[in-house]
Ligand binder design. Structure first.
Ligand SMILES: Nc1nc2c(ncn2[C@@H]2O[C@H](COP(=O)(O)OP(=O)(O)OP(=O)(O)O)[C@@H](O)[C@H]2O)c(=O)[nH]1
Ligand SMILES: [Mg+2]
Ligand SMILES: [Zn+2]
Length: 366
């Protein structure tokens, strides 16, 4: 199989020429397991480790490889083992704020073309939750598609009401409903998936991401929750895994996420709340706080129902979080190690700690 079937295109080719040596080969990271990287080189999956240099001067989590990355490999005597020498620049990077680590974010997956937001239409659906996913996806310049699972558990009328709510919030993304139990709608999802493109499954635990992966592959490769509960998840999937579909196209299964705290997002907000930003631009005062200034377009739109109150409330909340994250990041950056610290070799324990936090912190997506 040629590497272009895994998504390598001329954009990456240029970087390969620049960054990879003649003795090195190119591969894509398909999974990360306890600090070991499973990569696909177009023919085989092989195990690779990081060269020590990654642990020096690793100022940011983003320097480490994540699932979906293209890397240059150095081969050892055995064909089965290799070291990751370089991570190629990313076209897109899906990330979120790390719980408990204010200064850092967690990389979810890279070089994604389309993100499937998977939500159950039967349980716990909120437009505000969808909006959080959208902010994150827009920030990464990825195309979002909403997949409503468990359509077998509600009536078409009830499903339509949910879709009406979404449209009322000004969200015009593609929406598909499906059932992993009856198979209804799965074919439509399959038809969306184009060869050479990479898709990922984002959503809470228990919504049916792995079940859908299995449906699309046509076999039960991924572990799913054995008993269907009310829809609340128990985190069956613990790490991300990229797989190739028979007809081309790649899919990444991901662990469920309970809460989605946003990191600093600006373009994500612009993408998801464009209607609010447009309105705000027409307030009388350019620094209008939209509280009680005269001729406030936001207050006027809220009063006459043109602007959905929940949609606006969620915008304020996400904006506040983003600002908070920005402040905190600046604060932590100031406190950080002395200038030449990056040249000091980290101790074994701090290496382990870094590895733990950045590469394999797959279990707790909450
Ligand atoms: N009724 C119904 N049940 C479903 C559907 N899809 C999945 N389920 C059930 O929901 C439960 C959770 O499905 P999973 O595929 O494991 O969910 P997941 O999103 O991968 O969960 P995590 O790996 O924990 O993030 C399982 O018991 C499935 O059988 C569906 O379309 N309809
Ligand atoms: Mg799963
Ligand atoms: Zn205003």
């Amino acid at each position: 199989m040629a590497l272009d079937e895994l998504g390598l295109d001329s954009w990456f080719d240029n970087h390969v020429r620049e960054l990879c040596g003649p003795e090195q080969s190119i591969a894509r990271v398909v999974a990360i397991d306890r600090g070991r990287y499973l990569v696909h080189d177009g023919n085989n999956e092989l195990s690779a480790e990081l060269l020590g240099k990654f642990f020096y001067a690793a100022e940011s989590a983003a320097r480490f490889p994540c699932v979906g990355d293209w890397v240059c490999l150095e081969h050892h005597d055995s064909e089965q083992f290799a070291s990751i020498h370089t991570v190629l620049p990313r076209k897109t990077l899906l990330k979120r704020k790390t719980v408990g680590y204010d200064e850092e974010f967690q990389m979810l997956a890279s070089n994604i073309d389309v993100a499937f937001i998977v939500m159950s239409c039967h349980y716990d659906f909120h437009v505000s939750k969808l909006e959080r996913f959208l902010v994150m996806i827009h920030e990464a310049h990825i195309e979002p598609v909403l997949l409503f699972t468990k359509s077998d558990l509600i009536t078409p009328e009830a499903l339509q009401l949910l879709i009406d709510d979404i449209r009322a919030a000004g969200i015009d993304i593609k929406i598909l409903a499906l059932s992993n139990i009856t198979g209804e709608g799965v074919e439509q999802v399959r038809r969306l998936i184009e060869p050479r493109k990479t898709y990922c499954m984002l959503g809470s635990s228990g919504v049916g991401k792995s079940s859908l992966m299995n449906r699309l592959i046509g076999s039960d490769i991924f572990e799913t929750q054995t008993v269907s509960t009310s829809g609340q998840g128990r985190h069956t999937t613990v790490r991300r895994h990229l797989i190739l579909l028979d007809h081309g196209g790649m899919l990444i299964d991901m662990p469920g996420m309970r809460e989605l705290a946003v990191a600093e997002v600006s373009e994500g907000i612009e993408g998801s709340f464009a209607d609010i930003l447009e309105l705000a631009a027409t307030c009388r005062f350019s620094d209008c706080s939209h509280n009680n200034e005269p001729d406030c377009a936001i207050q006027a739109a809220l009063a006459d129902g043109k602007l959905n109150a929940d949609h606006y409330r969620n915008y304020l909340k996400i904006q506040k979080e983003s600002r908070h994250h920005k402040k905190q990041t600046a604060f932590v950056a100031k406190r950080k190690k002395p200038k030449n610290a990056s040249r000091i070799a980290p101790s074994k324990t701090s290496q382990r700690k870094q590895k733990k936090n950045i590469c394999v912190d797959e279990h707790k997506e909450s």
